[in-house]
Write a protein that binds this ligand. Structure first.
Ligand code: ZN
Length: 143
């Protein structure tokens, strides 16, 4: 047998429970014929049983600190979720307002273009620059 087979067997032993049926069957077959890996499995089992038999108790300060951090993290998650909801509502509001005001603004620019007597391409270009400036201003980071 090669070392790779023993290494694979020991990795499967380290994974413990939760192996697929195929892997479990391969490991059991290997353990039947390999004394070294069987000893390794028994030693690993002893260590796991020892660890499970030891009561783990955290002191009250550790518990308080952990609870405080978990609550702090939960509140930050909640705040982030609320902020994202507000951002979503603001985006919806901006989209609706742009949808409603763009036709009116288009008519206003057309009317002003006629009153001043400029070519339609000029007031149309002005309209698009105005819209682009508004979009650019709304995406500017706040300081
Ligand atoms: Zn082996």
């Amino acid at each position: 047998m090669t070392w790779e087979i023993h290494d694979e067997a020991r990795q499967l032993i380290a994974l413990g429970e939760g192996l697929s049926d195929e892997r479990q069957a391969w490991l059991q077959a290997h353990l039947q014929e390999c004394v070294a890996c069987r000893d390794y499995e028994e030693a690993a089992g002893r260590v796991v049983r020892e660890l499970r038999s030891q009561p783990l108790a955290a002191d009250s300060r550790l518990v308080r600190t952990t609870q405080m951090r978990v609550r702090f993290h939960a509140s930050r998650l909640r705040e982030t979720r609320e902020r994202m909801w507000l951002v979503g509502m603001a985006c919806l509001g901006v989209g609706l307002s742009a949808t409603l005001t763009a036709p009116l603004l288009w008519r206003l620019f057309a009317w002003m273009g006629e009153r001043v007597g400029v070519a339609s391409s000029i007031w149309q270009a002005s309209f698009f620059f105005r819209c682009a400036a508004r979009i650019r201003y709304s995406h500017r980071p706040r300081t």
